[in-house]
Design a protein around this ligand. Sequence first.
Ligand code: FMN
Length: 219
Amino acid sequence: MKKTLIMKTTMKILLINGSPRKEGNTFLALNEIAQTLQSEGMETEIVWIGNHAMRGCIACGQCRSGKPFADGHTGCVFNDDGCNAITAKFASSDAFVFGSPVYYGQPNGTLLSFMQRAFFSQGDALRNKPAAAVAVCRRGGATAALQTLLMPMQIMHMPIITSQYWNIAYGREEGQVKQDAEGLQTMRTLAHNMARVLRGLANEPIPEREPVTPTHFIR
Ligand SMILES: Cc1cc2nc3c(=O)[nH]c(=O)nc-3n(C[C@H](O)[C@H](O)[C@H](O)COP(=O)(O)O)c2cc1C
């Protein structure tokens, strides 16, 4: 049966800040997006995960069983580091922005740990919903970090939201991103593009999907 992606009147965008600096440059870039989305009549929430001791996926596979754990919780087996509390917001969110500082040309580790567990345990609540990746750096490595952030979105049928430039803002010390006028403009353009895509998809049914034909490389 064909499903309609979004039927709510007010759409909600969840923005995840991977930086350990609560109100650092990544936050400022995400905040520019959030304020622009609000100006388009959308609800936003910025969630800060950078201070969480976020464990990596241990490939136990229990999240996929559908059965609650012994203590009654569902989702990821680790229930004490914020991952499940944040993924609980996925179902009521219509689109997502994952924002990361660039560390050695990569997204920061906390965000990657979160994303790998979140996509594996709660992918159904992300599938088909628009998403964007944002990288913030001093000077280099942002495009490689962006590519890494996009990989899980690309296998979850998530329409990727782009801008007038790659979704990058520049700054080193906290607050410096405010001096990157083009970077902030890129964030605003991204937000307008996301709002447009959300409105355009609001009554658009999700296409029938062919049953997946899983193949791998040992035969
Ligand atoms: C461990 C570490 C590695 C970093 N690696 C890079 C890098 O590869 N390229 C770069 O341009 N900046 C790098 N930076 C600088 C940060 O990306 C930059 O300060 C950014 O503004 C931090 O964002 P935040 O304020 O949201 O934490 C690094 C910073 C740290 C702490």
